[in-house]
Design a protein around this ligand. Sequence first.
Ligand SMILES: C[S@@+](CC[C@H](N)C(=O)[O-])C[C@H]1O[C@@H](n2cnc3c(N)ncnc32)[C@H](O)[C@@H]1O
Length: 460
Amino acid sequence: METKTDERTAVIEVRRLALADIKPHPKNPRKHPEENSAAWLVLKKSLERDYFDPLVVNRRNGMLVSGHLRHKILLASGFTHADVSLVDYDEATHVARLIAANSLIGEFDDATLTALAAELNAASLSASLAGWTEDELAALVDGLPPAADGEEKPVRDLKEKFGVAPFSILRVFQWLGRKKLWNTLIGDGGETRAGCLPKEGQFQMALPAVSLLDPVLCELMLLWFGMPHGVKPRCLDPFAGGAAFGFVSAFKGCEFTGVELRQEQCDLNGQRLAAAGLSGRYICDDGCNVLRHVAPESQDFLFSCPPYYNLEKYSNLPNDASNAPTFEEFIVVLDKALGDAALTLKENRFAVVVVSNVRDKKTGGYHDLAGAVVKIFQRRGLLFYNDLILADCLSSASRRAYQYMSNSRKVARVHQNVLVFYKGDVKKIAELFPVADIEETLTACVPENETWLGTGELHA
Ligand SMILES: C[S@@+](CC[C@H](N)C(=O)[O-])C[C@H]1O[C@@H](n2cnc3c(N)ncnc32)[C@H](O)[C@@H]1O
């Protein structure tokens, strides 16, 4: 008889256990839906129909590695026993696998996750064991308060006061849960721009994901710079694009005006806001005409993410900035639209522009788009006040980085620039933008005993 030498079997050890004997792991970072909530009932129904994804139990401590929610629901549904997959882990490996098992679904408790990341790091275990890249692990560990009892404010205090620590690098990784919530609320899948996106490789040279504006970035910028004390803020975006900023600002009680060249995008944005019971003004026009619609010195916050030159082509309209024949001509459009938008700002107010430098498609060298935007605002008398980096999740960057570096010594861009400008007298900032206001708004955003990032719900 012929023996197969290449057979290799992935083995699991299955054991039937009493559910009452299986203990949850106290460090499970996943937040569970309320009993009898919609999410709970969906899973309950599914488990009653069939059970195909076994609980995973560590034989050394009798605790769950995976399936905490399923375990709860099975018990609540009257099951007494279940077939489980048995594993044999020390504590550090158990914790790492616990996170990996939960990494694709659900909402995490930010503080628990940060503490677990530190444990994993201290145990010198590979980040991949928890399903993270080394970079993601480092980002999480960075979120811990400094060990020294020095002068520095613990990062956790900073998060409580400001939502995330106000450092010049903002890591998208730390707010993925909240981003998912916003995106579900907004429901923007970038439909009107599906045909506009460049080929995958070309696009990803500059940005790591589809260029939908990050709603948590919108929210943070609004909370930090857009809500002066005692006013119902009026916010403007002269290159409005999708619904993200309009939705978030309307949700927070602001009066939003967006100028956008494409009618279908304006219509869709209007529908998205209306569906959520919100209102905002979308004007279909060239951003260069912003002063026809918005009075000078009338706005409290300017926020914009203009086209990144010709990285994405939005339409065939001749005045679509992404169709400008040269970078210099593109900057002329930006200069008029953003420059005039700056004139609509009241005194003692902020403007935030999100951009990314882009490579010239012929030479491969960079166009300094961020530098050009800084000059536009400085020429209108605004101060270049904060220079932030938005660090995107790395996703497939490692693969791309290998190719770029090998083929052309280019490094993979995994960040965007968030440029903050101020118009007026800087001495007024403390009075007009008190820290107490940010704290109040954050507190109003979340139910008691939850953190802004860890919340399961968004509140205006
Ligand atoms: C990078 S996108 C904006 C991203 C947006 N903030 C979002 O949430 O999706 C740039 C937008 O500028 C629009 N646009 C291009 N040229 C324009 C112009 N001259 N005036 C106004 N909008 C323009 C495009 O149609 C596109 O929707």
